[in-house]
Ligand binder design. Structure first.
Ligand SMILES: CC(C)(COP(=O)(O)OP(=O)(O)OC[C@H]1O[C@@H](n2cnc3c(N)ncnc32)[C@H](O)[C@@H]1OP(=O)(O)O)[C@@H](O)C(=O)NCCC(=O)NCCS
Length: 269
């Protein structure tokens, strides 16, 4: 097999990355995202090259101080099980460490039978499952339910990544959460709580983290009222927690389709 060389991506790799992604999935968001990431400061973008072909790629960006988010790992089928992804992830880890990053996270589909065993072999741990569930008929309650009460010290949350549906996970600390609360994005009552994304015209209300006793959580979501106008239903990023699932079932949320169920993976660096 041709030797595979790893390096930081340059403009010259653009078409090769595109060809790789298109080959794997013509609808892959990475083809378009790659250019946007390259245009931004601070992204670490690696490619694996065999001769004049790009046979692998991966991107990482800073999600919060000392925290990175890794995504867009792709390897050409003709070069799989040869250690290309292992080399890419090890190289990425070393470079992130050198940049002062302590932890990297990513997500992969619950149904991905290649990537889940792969991540385990490179020291990435599965730390939870998220299911994106929708309640299209939901409308906001009459009075704002935003509060500053009951803020935790830290929370695994997500923020909008490239396009609204590609979310970037981070561990939000207390100052981050306090700022979200000041923006009216923290809603809590009777032990239940929900953290909302910033307002979105296109996607209704989006709850990025939630929890609490099922009855209180169902009531909180039913009466949830962000301090901004919301149309377009309610979307939640639900953890695999039976109380949360029960509350959502009670309210009539649709089950997550397979493409909306993902595992969160984490690697201490
Ligand atoms: C997942 C993926 C990146 C793995 O790339 P790769 O270069 O083949 O991985 P490696 O050769 O470094 O694999 C290292 C180890 O991971 C595990 N692994 C990799 N692919 C696997 C598979 N298909 N099934 C089971 N285990 C697998 C094995 O333990 C493997 O070691 P081995 O080959 O000695 O048994 C590749 O299959 C791919 O591009 N898939 C499509 C895109 C994708 O799913 N990306 C991840 C999205 S987050």
């Amino acid at each position: 097999m041709t030797d595979v060389e790893l390096r930081e991506a340059t403009t010259a790799d653009r078409d090769g990355v595109r060809a790789l992604c298109m080959k794997l999935d013509p609808a892959d968001y990475v083809s378009a995202a790659w250019d946007e990431w390259r245009a931004q400061e601070g992204n670490l973008m690696l490619v694996a090259r065999a001769g004049d072909r790009v046979v692998g790629c991966v991107r990482a960006g800073v999600a919060a101080p000392r925290q990175a988010f890794s995504q867009a790992l792709r390897v050409d089928p003709a070069f799989r099980r040869c250690g290309v992804a292992t080399r890419l992830m090890n190289e990425q880890a070393g470079r992130l460490r050198a940049r002062g990053i302590d932890v990297a996270r990513g997500v992969t589909s619950v149904a991905n039978r290649r990537s889940r065993p792969f991540f385990a072999t490179v020291g990435w741990n599965e730390i939870g499952v998220r299911r994106r569930r929708r309640l299209p008929g939901w409308t906001a309650g009459a009075r704002s339910t935003a509060t500053q009460d009951g803020l935790p010290d830290d929370l695994l949350a997500s923020v909008e990544g490239r396009a609204h549906f590609r979310r970037v996970l981070l561990r939000a600390d207390r100052p981050w959460l306090a700022a979200a609360a000041r923006d009216g994005r923290w809603h809590a009552k009777d032990g239940a709580w929900a953290l909302l994304d910033p307002p979105s015209r296109d996607h209704g209300a989006w709850v990025v983290a939630l929890g609490g006793p099922p009855a209180a959580l169902a009531e909180l979501l039913r009466t949830l009222s962000p301090p901004w106008r919301v149309d377009g239903g309610l979307i939640v990023e639900a953890p695999d927690d039976p109380s949360v699932a029960h509350a959502l079932d009670t309210l009539g949320f649709a089950p997550a389709p397979p493409e909306d169920a993902y595992v969160v993976v984490e690697c201490p660096l």
